[in-house]
Design a binder for this molecule. Structure first.
Ligand SMILES: Nc1ncnc2c1ncn2[C@@H]1O[C@H](COP(=O)(O)OP(=O)(O)OP(=O)(O)O)[C@@H](O)[C@H]1O
Ligand SMILES: C[C@H](N)[C@H](N)CCCCCC(=O)O
Ligand SMILES: [Mg+2]
Length: 223
C-alpha cells in the first residue's frame, strides 16, 4: 500500500478536490483506493447524522467498502477551527483514535490510502495535540496542494519548511487552479515555486468542475 498525507497552503485551496480527483483517476486505472478525513468541521444534518462535504466527496471516490463514518470518524457541526468545534461539542480529539481510524481503512488493503488534513499544515487539535503529530506517528510522506493565488509563495515555502523540520518527507506538490482564469503571472509564480520548493512539482490541476473525471497528469503521481 502507498499512502500520503494531503496538506495544503491554507483552508479552501483544493485539498479535497485533489484527493478526490486523484482517487477517481487511480480507480479508473484499476487501483483500489481509500481516503481518510479524520477530522472535519462544517456539517449538515442528513437523517439526523452530521455529514461533511469533504468526507462525502472522499467517500464517493473510495473503491473499498468503507463506511462514511470510517472515512470521517469525527464530524463536527460548525465550519470553524476543529479544536474549537470539538471543545464546543465536548469532544476530545485523541491521537490513538485518529491512528486507529487510519488503520481500519488500511485493513481494507487498498493500493492507495490518502489522508486529508483540515486547514493548513499546522492545525491544532486541542490539548497540545496537532495534526502533524498524527502524520509523524504514521510516518506518512506528504503532498502539498498549493492553491495558486497571490500569497501562495510564502504559504507554500513555510509549509514545506515546517514539514521538513518535523522530520517528514515531502513527496511533492501540486499547483491547483482555484479560479477559471489563472492568477496574474501564473507561469512566473509556478517557476518561482519550482525553483524554491524542496520537492518536485507532481502536477498542475486545471480549474474544472468535474472532480470525478480521471486526469492523465495524475496517473504517475505514485512513482
Ligand atoms: N481545480 C479546481 N477546479 C474547480 N474547483 C475547484 C478546484 N480546486 C478547488 N475547487 C473548489 O474550491 C473549493 C475549495 O476546495 P476544497 O474543498 O478542495 O478545499 P480544501 O483545501 O479541501 O478545504 P478544507 O480546508 O475546508 O478541507 C471547493 O468548492 C472545490 O470544489
Ligand atoms: C471549516 C473549514 N472549511 C475547515 N474544515 C477547517 C479550517 C481550519 C483552519 C484553522 C486555522 O488555521 O485557522
Ligand atoms: Mg477539504
Amino acid at each position: 500500500m502507498q499512502s500520503f498525507f494531503i496538506t495544503g497552503t491554507d483552508t479552501e485551496v483544493g485539498k479535497t478536490y485533489f484527493t478526490a480527483r486523484l482517487m477517481h483517476t487511480l480507480a479508473s486505472e484499476g487501483h483500489q483506493v481509500a481516503g481518510y478525513k479524520p477530522v472535519a468541521a462544517g456539517c449538515e444534518l442528513i437523517n439526523n447524522e452530521p455529514v461533511n462535504e469533504d468526507a462525502q466527496a472522499i467517500y464517493n471516490a473510495c473503491t473499498v467498502p468503507a463506511t462514511l463514518q470510517q472515512v470521517n470518524p469525527i464530524a463536527l457541526m460548525p465550519p470553524i477551527a476543529p479544536h474549537i468545534a470539538a471543545t464546543e461539542a465536548g469532544v476530545t480529539l485523541k491521537l490513538s483514535q485518529l491512528v486507529a481510524g487510519y488503520r481500519q481503512l488500511a485493513a481494507y488493503q487498498p493500493d492507495v490510502l490518502l489522508m486529508e488534513g483540515a486547514g493548513g499544515w499546522q492545525l491544532p487539535l486541542g490539548n497540545n495535540l496537532w495534526m502533524p503529530d498524527v502524520v509523524k506517528h504514521l510516518k506518512l510522506p506528504v503532498i502539498i496542494v498549493v492553491g495558486m493565488r497571490l500569497g501562495c509563495l510564502n504559504h507554500a515555502l513555510l509549509t514545506a519548511r515546517a514539514i521538513t523540520q518535523a522530520g517528514l518527507s515531502i513527496h511533492g506538490w501540486v499547483a491547483n487552479q482555484l479560479t477559471p482564469q489563472p492568477m496574474l503571472y501564473y507561469a512566473e509564480n509556478l517557476a518561482t515555486l519550482r525553483e524554491a520548493m524542496p520537492a518536485p512539482l507532481l502536477a498542475e490541476l486545471p480549474f474544472e468542475a468535474d472532480v470525478t473525471r480521471p486526469l492523465a497528469t495524475l496517473r504517475d503521481i505514485l512513482r
